[in-house]
Design a protein around this ligand. Structure first.
Ligand SMILES: *Cc1c(COP(=O)(O)O)cnc(C)c1O
Length: 401
């Protein structure tokens, strides 16, 4: 399906499935297709057991108990359930106790660089009487803890801060952020879609009450994810869907056993091999970056290089070249200008804007995402191709002037 010459450097948008994941899923499509909730017969019980094994594997990856893992269709859904579910539950319970809920905090805090599904969920709550607060980030992409501390002076219901940014790969200091949030008595949610499987992540170390993860960013199948919901102390959520009451009433609907089995296997591999992966991927990234720096004087990496996942580079090209033209000149590379959801938009990245990067520079920016199967040869070739495409564009511009 994929012509061999194509080099895939878009691992933030999605990852290929690990062949071991596909192998683990296969019997649950072909041999046992039963509904895992059909516990009255043998096939249903076998499917249920497979789902529960996967739940253990996903829980282990994030340091949770299996009972704290709620399967969803992905991180978008998990983020919506976490943010809207927590706010609405607090609103409802406050309403019933105090008639109007004057005592329940209404503030919901998040970051300007969050994924659209978090930002929009928080903004949606504004229409329901909650108070959305969108915090800025520093130029290096990190949240200033003093800014958070100040925002928490007002009683707060929930804080949602992503673990790893999907455009810049910036890793927030969740342990410190979580500690501040808990000190203020608020709930702490993190969107860990880009973090799980890429960096070590433990719900207790970061003081998370709620955490969203997704299979297709960790070499698992698309269409399945999970929400971690802390049990001690118990976090209460209002479900978004009405239905059969599956997943402890938080997410009704038949569980997709084959996808969940694949998610479990992907989580198992990520836990066993994540550190290895990160070391190897960082090596390929260095090859790519060294090649690019040699070919493109003045190339800039946006955001902190230290607090960044191994596979990411967010690059602003000198000479005011247009990133879209650069992509057009690179037909053999699968690359993007920003997040997959917003790269179809004409507007430049709001994530880079929040880091203080001017619009003209944001338009000259590419996101590079290397992954588990990126080879040193591919990294080297990508550097050569990008270098010559850039030189070509600059030469064209000079000729036109
Ligand atoms: C991919 C991604 C999502 C959405 O996950 P889906 O499983 O595709 O819904 C949410 N947040 C971040 C940071 C992501 O990278």
């Amino acid at each position: 399906m994929r012509p061999n010459r194509l080099i895939y450097l878009d691992h933030h948008a999605t990852t290929p499935m690990d062949p071991r994941v596909l192998a683990a899923m296969r019997p649950w499509w072909e041999e046992n297709f039963a509904n895992p909730h059909s516990v009255e017969h043998a096939l249903g019980r076998a499917a249920e057991e497979a789902v529960e094994t996967a739940r253990e594997q996903v829980a282990e990856l994030i340091g949770a108990e299996p009972r704290e893992v709620i399967f969803t269709s992905g991180a978008t859904e998990a983020n919506n359930i976490a943010i809207k579910g927590a706010a609405r539950f607090a609103g409802i319970s406050a309403g019933s106790e105090t008639r109007g809920g004057q005592d329940s905090p209404r503030r919901v805090i998040t970051l300007a660089t969050e994924h659209k599904c978090v930002l929009e969920s928080v903004r949606d709550l504004g229409a329901e009487g909650f108070e959305p607060v969108i915090l800025p980030v520093r130029p290096d992409g990190l949240l200033d803890l003093e800014v958070l501390r100040a925002a928490l002076q007002t009683p707060t219901l929930l804080v949602s801060v992503m673990a790893v940014n999907n455009e810049t790969g910036i890793i927030q200091d969740l342990a410190a952020i979580g500690a501040l949030v808990k000190e203020a008595g608020a709930l702490f949610h993190t969107d860990a879609a880009q973090a799980s499987g890429r960096i070590p992540l433990d719900v207790n170390e970061i003081h998370a009450d709620l955490m969203s993860v997704t299979a297709h960013k960790i070499y698992g199948p698309k269409g399945v994810g999970a929400l971690y919901v802390r049990r001690r102390p118990r976090v209460r959520l209002a479900p978004l869907f009405s239905g059969g009451g599956q997943e402890r009433g938080l997410r009704s609907g038949t569980l997709p056993a084959p996808l969940i089995v694949g998610f479990g296997e992907a989580a198992r591999i990520a836990l066993a091999e994540g550190t290895l992966d990160a070391g190897r991927i960082a090596g390929q990234r260095q090859i790519l970056l060294d090649g690019l720096k040699a070919a493109i004087p003045g190339l800039r990496v946006n955001g902190s290089m230290e607090a960044r996942v191994a596979g990411n580079l967010n690059l602003t090209f000198p000479g005011s070249v247009d990133a879209q033209s650069l992509l057009a000149a690179l037909p053999d590379l699968c690359l993007s200008t920003g997040s997959a959801c917003s790269s179809a938009e004409i507007a430049p990245s709001y994530v880079l804007g929040a880091m203080g990067i001017p619009e003209a520079e944001a338009r000259a920016t590419l996101r590079v995402g290397l992954g588990r199967f990126t080879s040193p040869a591919e990294a080297e070739q990508a550097a050569t191709l990008i270098g010559s495409a850039w030189r070509g564009l600059v030469a064209q511009q000079n000729a036109a002037e």
